[in-house]
Design a binder for this molecule. Structure first.
Ligand SMILES: *Cc1c(COP(=O)(O)O)cnc(C)c1O
Length: 406
């Protein structure tokens, strides 16, 4: 952080004024340090750096000035002690847990998690002897009973992908701490602007920076934010040595993304709320899920812990009585809708400036069994919409003409 900055600045100000370390050129926009390594002034300095007696840049797998700038800026926005950037969001998810879990340790996780997170747990954590218990995301009694037994870590997402279930972060934090566990929250859907899990009791927050932090669909990246004991301890040790480091180029793109994150996300969230209200009243929509809609099952909780409802709206299309929502006819209706959209591009990214439509059952959640999908509420009629920066009235008109084909 720039030493001369006044204290107690708000996140929108910190987003443009932290992480600035000007070179002798006094550049206005942050420099990009595309360098793998650093020169030592002398053999003695190299010796002292390797001995840990001085803290200087040594090798970009360990640290890089552009990456440091991104980490400082994200930590400031989050109000956290420390941040470590990673090559992707999945690297952040993986390291946030793998750096603290060992054979015989117990991990308690929500059932509703990002597809690759579940794949990582099932294919790797499981075979490494980590005991994993999955909990129904929105069932308070299930969290209570799962966390009546000691655990090392608890991992959740809120809101969840794609069904937008909202988990009670303060309650789960209390239960986690009583069980001796660290609570780690994947905050991608809510964003750092719409929800501050650390202020709600979470110990660490992970991001896929690929989503809203870039916000223009260019680069992959991730970050782990939390206490310096955790981030500068096991997290840093693992990333530095196993190599899930972010490239300085990607870090620079994301650093600049943080400057506009707040205005983008606020605009997108306002459009998402407006479209969700309109969609839930549309005859071709059976359910529109958005955390800040009064019809959302955890609406009060969402209003208490989120300052924005996020940039995604999840729909179930009304395909008609007697049509099996898990069958081919329902899928055909969803595909007709998606293929007719002109402003919503069919893709699986989210948080982009461009609006996106996704069919979870056949893409992001295709590895899940049909029963597993049904359990979390995903059917063939489910379509996830990521609301971009277009004019909301153009988006509404586009959705309206495509819904006519359902
Ligand atoms: C995209 C995403 C990830 C993974 O991020 P990548 O950058 O694609 O590796 C993790 N969690 C959630 C909720 C995501 O949306």
């Amino acid at each position: 952080m720039n030493e001369e900055l006044p204290r107690d600045l708000r996140p929108d100000t910190l987003a443009v004024h932290t992480g600035i370390h000007r070179s002798e050129a006094n550049e206005m926009s942050e420099g990009m340090f595309l360098t793998q390594g650093y020169a030592y002034d002398s053999a003695e300095q190299a010796r002292d750096a390797f001995a840990g007696e001085i803290d200087i840049y040594m090798y970009s797998r360990y640290a890089n000035p552009t990456v440091t700038a991104f980490e400082e800026r994200l930590a400031a926005i989050e109000g956290a002690e420390s941040c470590f950037a990673t090559s992707t969001g999945m690297a952040a998810v993986f390291v946030s847990l793998a750096s603290i879990l060992g054979q015989g340790d117990r991990l308690v996780a929500s059932k509703s998690l990002f597809g690759s997170t579940l794949q990582t747990f099932a294919n790797f954590f499981d075979k490494w002897g980590i005991e994993i218990d999955y909990v129904d995301a929105t069932d308070p009694a299930a969290w209570e009973s799962a966390l009546a037994t000691p655990a090392k870590a608890v991992f959740i997402e809120s809101p969840t992908n794609p069904m937008q279930d909202v988990l009670d972060i303060p309650r789960i934090a209390d239960l986690s701490h009583a069980a001796g566990a660290l609570l780690i929250v994947d905050n991608v859907f809510a964003t750092a602007i719409g929800q501050k899990p650390a202020q709600l009791g979470a110990d660490a927050v992970v991001y896929s920076a690929t989503k809203h932090i870039d916000g223009q669909g260019r680069v992959l990246g991730g970050a782990i934010v939390g206490s310096s004991e955790y981030v500068d301890g096991p997290v840093k040790l693992m990333i530095r040595n196993m190599g899930a480091t972010i490239s300085p180029f990607n870090a620079w793109v994301l650093l600049k993304g943080l400057e506009t994150l707040s205005v983008r996300v606020r605009h997108q969230a306002a459009s998402a709320l407006s479209l969700a209200q309109w969609l839930e009243a549309h005859p071709k929509v059976s359910v529109a899920r958005y955390p800040l809609l009064p019809s959302h099952p955890q609406h009060e909780l969402a209003a208490a812990q989120m300052t924005l409802g996020g940039t995604l709206v999840t729909l179930d299309l009304a395909v008609g009585d007697g049509v099996d929502v898990a069958g081919p006819e329902a899928q055909a209706a969803a595909f007709r809708f998606m293929n007719a959209l002109r402003l919503f591009t069919c893709s699986n990214n989210l948080g982009d400036a461009k609006s996106i439509s996704t069919h979870p059952a056949t893409t992001t959640h295709n590895k899940m069994s049909p029963e597993g999908r049904a359990e979390v509420g995903i059917s063939e009629t489910t379509v996830r919409l990521s609301i971009g920066l277009e004019d909301v009235e153009d988006l509404r008109a586009d959705l309206d003409q495509a819904l006519a084909l359902v």
